[in-house]
Design a protein around this ligand. Structure first.
Ligand SMILES: Cc1ncc(C[n+]2csc(CCOP(=O)(O)OP(=O)(O)O)c2C)c(N)n1
Ligand SMILES: [Mg+2]
Length: 626
């Protein structure tokens, strides 16, 4: 076999362009393009390679404003594409690299593939310390890039060009494996990127990675069927895995035929439309009344494609039936085993199909009429609560309530648009109140709940699905943390809508602090009072509209329902990214509905409210079932 002489950077670009995935007989290229910010660490290596080869290989290059954001863009893109396509992200060494670490963790926690290519110190060590090198005093091979290790599903440092031959197949195996996927980091020393090697031709041949649809083991399937067939009050929890597996139709069939209610997680919301008779809405700490009451009494819980985070299990208070058992249908063995479940390790779609087929074969009739009636009553009661909250205005102020803004935006963009969010009080409120009518209509990153994901994710989804209406809902705090990709969206000519909800600070943490007895402190954005030396002065006024306009967005302020509706209509027709700024009432909060979240109050304190919060905490904690 012949060989081709190329630099490490050039070889890597050519290799990435030849990686394809196949699922259900559909093939597509896995790496859609490369995002990057150049510095001395990557401009002459990977940068040179992308410039020379990018057009020829249809490997477009995109330049963001921040390395963290480029990873969020890639993550959102990959999530929207059901993990079948993503971007590579390159950075220089040092700060550019460490800026990507938050993005890496966000991708890994959410099990979303992203390929990260940070640069690194000189493998030769001749010029040490190179600008931005962290010099470890005793371990000279440690660099800033080692901080990627705990937040990556695979990490390697390429100290000699030919190491790519061993490393890249493993990188792509993990990226395309639904159970193992997450951030994959290939750290590239500055000198090695530019060094030439005679690469075997095979390294540049088209390679197709088949995305597994693993089927359940017959014996475990038999046990799962016996559990479900014997259940009187079964419940399904549907997570992100159902959506990535494109298993909505199968879930609908299983739930409908056997009368099993379906509760939603943040990553799983949308698998069934909100109006589906078996969709009982969200479960857990941010859940609704229907799902939480059904969870409390459930005897068999089928958990599909969920990592069962504390918000889903109500920190392990959600299930109170003394003999409740769990079946974990998941591609990832770790998730399948959680809550001591019967681990049904399989792809969601393949697993649901197998369960349905076996239940039908066993002539299982499904749940009783009485149970179905209860499900239907709880669902309609919950739907009414949601409808009320979506239209309720603030009792104490002329400002809009957040719940009302959610209702107006959802009504305006419809149930097929993709709504995006990540942190603050919005994720919980959206989980309860947003009404989805499509599996890709709900994109809330609540695995890492990373403030700053929102705007970048809007860009990623707009790139992934140009025909769809995309609306980012973001609090003022998250907006201030990372908004600069608005400029990138303008430069790329992308159209989506960003709604900024301004309550002058970290409103959800103010609420959380109060719940653990801590008086208001440190969360509002206020001027410092010189006499108390505390930030207790008036709110710091920010003109978010002008701020967004200065970056090239169409920016509109809206403070009434009519203004907001008009602004959303303008955004729909706009030729660019639109930012709508809505001041909201900081005190108009959506209440909880029988959900609990474990946030411990201080065990000793001189503050009376903290002491009583601790008492309440200890009482609530007694419902935990570790
Ligand atoms: C990067 C990051 N830092 C800190 C947090 C903790 N945190 C969660 S929500 C929040 C405040 C968000 O404020 P804002 O976006 O204005 O939303 P609001 O709570 O006002 O609805 C903070 C600090 C986080 N989730 N992510
Ligand atoms: Mg806020």
């Amino acid at each position: 076999m012949g060989s081709t002489r190329l630099t490490t950077g050039q070889a890597l670009v050519r290799h990435m362009a030849q990686q394809y995935v196949e699922r259900d007989q559909v093939q597509q290229r896995f790496i859609a393009g490369i995002w990057g910010i150049f510095g001395h660490g990557n401009v002459a290596g990977l940068g040179q390679a992308i410039q020379e080869l990018g057009d020829e290989l249809s490997m477009p290059f995109y330049r963001p404003q921040n390395e963290q954001a480029q990873v969020h863009i890639a993550t959102a893109y990959a999530r929207h594409r059901d993990r079948l396509q993503t971007f590579a992200c390159t950075s220089s060494i040092g700060p550019g690299a460490t800026n990507m670490i938050t993005g890496a963790a966000t991708a890994t926690v959410n099990r979303i593939p992203v390929l990260l290519l940070p640069s690194d110190y000189f493998a030769s060590r001749v010029s040490d310390p190179v600008l931005q090198q962290v010099e470890h005093p005793t371990e000279r091979d440690v660099s800033a890039s080692d901080a990627f290790r705990p937040v990556s599903r695979f990490f390697d440092r390429i100290s000699r060009p030919e190491q790519l031959l061993a490393s890249m197949p493993e990188a792509f195996r993990i990226l395309t494996d639904p159970a193992e996927t997450g951030a994959v980091t290939i750290s590239l020393p500055e000198d090695v990127q530019t060094e030439a090697f005679d690469w075997p031709e095979g390294f540049f041949e088209r390679r197709v990675w088949r995305v597994r649809r693993s089927v359940p083991e017959p014996e475990v399937l038999g046990d799962a069927v016996r559990l479900l067939a014997g259940a009187e009050r079964p419940l399904i929890i549907t997570g992100g895995g159902t959506i990535y597996s494109e298993a909505s139709r199968e879930l609908d069939a299983l739930a409908t035929r056997f009368g099993i209610p379906v509760a939603e997680t943040q990553a799983g919301k949308g698998a069934l439309p909100w109006s589906h008779p078996m969709n009982v809405g969200p479960i857990g700490a941010n859940g609704g009344l229907a799902a939480n009451q059904l969870a409390r009494d459930a005897d068999v819980v089928l958990c599909i494609g969920t990592r069962l985070g504390d918000f889903v299990t109500g920190s392990r208070t959600a299930f109170q039936h003394p003999d409740v058992v769990f079946v974990g249908l998941n591609v990832a063995p770790m998730d399948a085993h959680k809550l001591r479940a019967l681990p049904l390790v399989a792809d969601a779609r393949a697993g649901i199909r197998a369960l349905s087929a076996a239940l039908v074969a066993g002539q299982h009739q499904g749940t009783s009429e009485a149970y179905r009636e209860r499900v239907s009553q709880l669902k309609s009661a919950w739907d009414n609560v949601v409808a009320e909250l979506r239209s309720l205005s603030s009792a104490t102020s002329d400002l809009l309530a957040q719940s009302q803004v959610i209702g107006i935006v959802n009504d305006s963009v419809g149930g097929d648009a993709t709504v995006i969010c990540a942190a603050g009080s919005l994720p919980g409120d959206l989980l309860k109140l947003w009404r989805t009518e499509d599996p890709k209509a709900y994109h809330v990153e609540y695995g890492y709940s990373c403030m700053g994901y929102e705007v970048a994710a809007g860009l990623g989804v707009a790139l992934a699905d140009p025909a769809r209406r995309v609306v980012v809902m973001v609090g003022d705090g998250s907006y201030l943390m990372l908004n600069s990709e608005i400029v990138t969206a303008v430069a790329e000519g992308l159209r989506f809508t960003i709604v900024v909800l301004d309550n002058h600070g970290f409103g959800c943490i103010t609420g959380l602090a109060r719940s653990v007895g801590v008086p208001d402190f440190g969360n509002d954005l206020r001027f410092r009072d010189r006499t108390t030396n505390r930030a207790t002065g008036p709110y710091v006024p920010i003109d978010f509209r002008q701020h967004a306009e200065s970056m090239g967005a169409l920016a509109i302020a809206a403070s009434t329902p009519a203004e907001l509706t008009a602004a959303l209509a303008r955004a729909a027709d706009a030729d660019r990214v639109t930012v709508i700024v809505v001041p909201i009432d900081p005190e108009a909060r959506v209440p909880g509905f029988d959900g609990w979240w474990d946030v411990p109050a201080a065990e000793v304190s001189g503050v009376a409210s903290v002491r009583s919060a601790r008492e309440a905490y200890e009482a609530a904690r007694s419902a935990q079932r570790p």
